[in-house]
Design a protein around this ligand. Sequence first.
Ligand SMILES: [Zn+2]
Length: 77
Amino acid sequence: MREACYCGRVGEVEDREPVLRASRTEALRCPRCGHLDPLPYLDTDARLELFEEAERRSLERLTEGAGTGRGGDRAVW
Ligand SMILES: [Zn+2]
């Protein structure tokens, strides 16, 4: 699902950062401007699904970032 933010960033909603409260995702944050979007226009099921996907991608990014970051430095120098 693609969507444009106020700041002009266009991308998949699932690529935004999940914001957790009480260990539950309740909004997605735009990585560029920090705008919080609680997705009020979606029904509960669709919203939960989207939040779960955003959490999955967020974890994936963390794992990938840690791997390429350190490994890359060593390989180059
Ligand atoms: Zn934004």
